[in-house]
Design a protein around this ligand. Structure first.
Ligand code: ATP
Length: 223
């Protein structure tokens, strides 16, 4: 990758990366529908944000469309791909092939060309040595060896919360580079491992709280 692009990428805010991923998803749908060009206000409308925000994000990655036509969709998809994707792709492992692990595997398989789920890890002897949804499942003790052999860069954690400390230890020891934690227990990793936590229960409870507030208000207004 050219040094200029590398320098650009280094300084990108996390929120911009998230939005770029969302823009690409929207752009792929537009491309499928046969659209060739798109204006910032159209992307903004799809994403429910302002067109200023869209233009600012795209300026950060050094892209400006033509005033008359807008952005070239294909060009923009490729550019976002250069920013987000690794040229050779990254292999992913699921730790804990239970209900959540299987659902996540099923959902993510073939979603992104550059991200491939190549292994699952589980303590259940019925799962070890077998394929689950086409993904070979291994014992946690084999993690270091398999991570090296299959060049796995990212782990998605879906084990029970109580198993977080031992799982984290194994992943660090195996040399994993990035972690997506789907459990409600926070994971502690050294700075050289990128960590993203997605706690579904908290998100659901947040929605539940606001629904409750709205229901109380409605009730009060009725009285
Ligand atoms: P199932 O009924 O198939 O076990 P589940 O979703 O009800 O699924 P959980 O108790 O939530 O099961 O556990 C999730 C998965 O994590 C299970 O498949 C379990 O065997 C596995 N697991 C538990 N401890 C570990 C561990 N230390 N390392 C890897 N996987 C683990």
């Amino acid at each position: 990758m050219v040094k200029e692009t590398q320098n650009l990428i280094k300084g990108l805010p996390h929120k911009t990366i998230e939005r770029l991923s969302q823009y690409r998803r929207a752009l792929l749908i537009c491309l499928e529908k046969g659209k060739e060009y798109i204006f910032s206000h159209e992307i903004a409308e799809i994403q429910h944000i302002t067109s200023v925000q869209v233009r600012r994000d795209l300026m950060l990655i050094g892209y400006s469309g033509t005033l008359r036509k807008g952005y070239n969709i294909k060009e923009l998809i490729n550019l976002i791909g250069n920013i987000i994707d690794s040229p050779g792709g990254i292999n992913v492992a699921i730790i804990g092939m239970g209900n959540l692990g299987r659902a996540v595997s099923k959902y993510l398989t073939h979603k992104r060309q550059k991200l491939t789920i190549v292994a699952g890890f589980d303590i259940n002897s019925k799962k070890i040595g077998n394929e689950i949804l086409g993904i070979p499942c291994y014992a946690p003790d084999e993690m270091k060896q398999i991570v090296e052999e299959k060049k796995i860069g990212i782990a998605i954690i879906t084990v029970p919360a109580t198993k977080i400390p031992e799982t984290t230890k194994r992943l660090i020891n195996a040399g994993i580079r990035g972690v997506l934690n789907f459990t409600p227990t926070p994971v502690v990793v050294p700075d050289n491992i990128f960590l993203e936590e997605y706690d579904m229960i908290t998100s659901l409870e947040k929605v539940a709280f606001f629904v409750k507030q709205a229901m109380i208000e409605e009730e009060e207004n009725r009285m």
